[in-house]
Unconditional design. Structure first.
Length: 303
């Protein structure tokens, strides 16, 4: 008899429980981020890249045909009209509202926190969950309109028109100016470097936006830098026994050489992975055409 009563009680109560279960809120109210599939991942943007100009090189009267701007040590990014994409093709997860007011056209620029803040900016750009408070200081500094098949001066005029109609607080147009001669260029370079800046950029007024490294887009620094791919780790000796001694690298000209300075002890314990791309500094070239006094700077970020 007791078992029959129990069965009747279950039959009476169970529908109510099922109804409550269907209507009940989930156990956790934490939002689950959507899964990004491979098909949704952005492709690496096709970027125009600069070549290095030796500060001792004389441009003569040709220098008056270049627009000059400060070279910012930020994180290169492409705004595609709806998203920020890193040089390596990764989605940069800026906090909600950061891109409010950005135009619906592609823009080329750098995410920047200020002079000497590359490591901090790089860390923010790589986070999966953005730090909204830290991003309040970030600006997307725009220097080109990449998809417009027109000379740079015309693209710059279009950018100035676009920016005259935007009030986006995190968007800024990098100042472009002219110099009259080499002496003025070097004076500007010295002033920027003394203030903690990296150097200057020269963009030829007639340059079209072309993919890859261009001789019409030049970076000018007292200490030059370039990129190379890590081919091998060479073991250290003496105090560096058991650690990295040097990297064997290859640059985009196919030149192979070793870089043995510029590493912290932590980087010698955990060196840049084979196959990764690094940035190094150097001072001119040797008589055999290799970078002189090559010194490790960092792994190219973000990738």
């Amino acid at each position: 008899m007791r078992s029959h009563l129990g069965l009747l009680a279950f039959l009476f109560i169970a529908p109510t429980l099922l109804c409550q279960a269907d209507d009940a809120p989930p156990a956790s109210h934490t939002a689950v981020p959507p899964v990004t599939t491979a098909a949704q991942l952005p492709a690496p943007p096709a970027l125009m890249l600069a070549k290095s100009l030796d500060p001792d090189a004389e441009l003569g009267t040709e220098i008056t045909h270049y627009w000059v701007s400060e070279k910012l040590d930020g994180v290169r990014a492409r705004w595609d009209g709806s998203r920020l994409i890193s040089r390596g093709g990764h989605l940069i997860r800026a906090p909600e509202g950061f891109t409010a007011g950005f135009p619906k056209v592609a823009l080329d620029g750098e995410l920047w926190l200020g002079r000497g803040t590359f490591a901090r900016m790089s860390g923010l750009a790589r986070r999966l969950e953005p730090d909204a408070e830290a991003w309040r200081e970030v600006r997307f500094m725009v220097f080109d309109l990449p998809m417009r098949d027109a000379p740079f001066t015309q693209r710059l005029n279009e950018l100035q028109r676009l920016f005259s109609h935007t009030t986006a607080p995190h968007l800024a147009l990098i100042e472009q100016f002219r110099v009259a001669n080499q002496a003025e260029l070097m004076a500007r370079l010295h002033a920027v470097e003394q203030a903690g800046g990296e150097g200057l950029m020269l963009h030829h007024e007639d340059a079209l936006y072309r993919i890859g490294r261009s001789s019409q887009l030049l970076k000018v620094k007292s200490v030059q830098d370039a990129e190379a791919r890590v081919l091998a780790h060479e073991p250290g000796r003496g105090k560096y026994t058991g650690l990295l001694g040097a990297l064997l690298v290859e640059d985009d000209q196919g030149r192979r050489f070793r870089i043995g300075t510029g590493f912290s002890d932590a980087e010698r314990r955990n060196p840049p992975p084979i196959g990764s791309t690094i940035t190094f500094q150097y001072q001119g070239e040797t008589t055999t055409g290799l970078p002189r006094f090559a010194r490790y700077l960092r792994v190219r970020e973000p990738e």
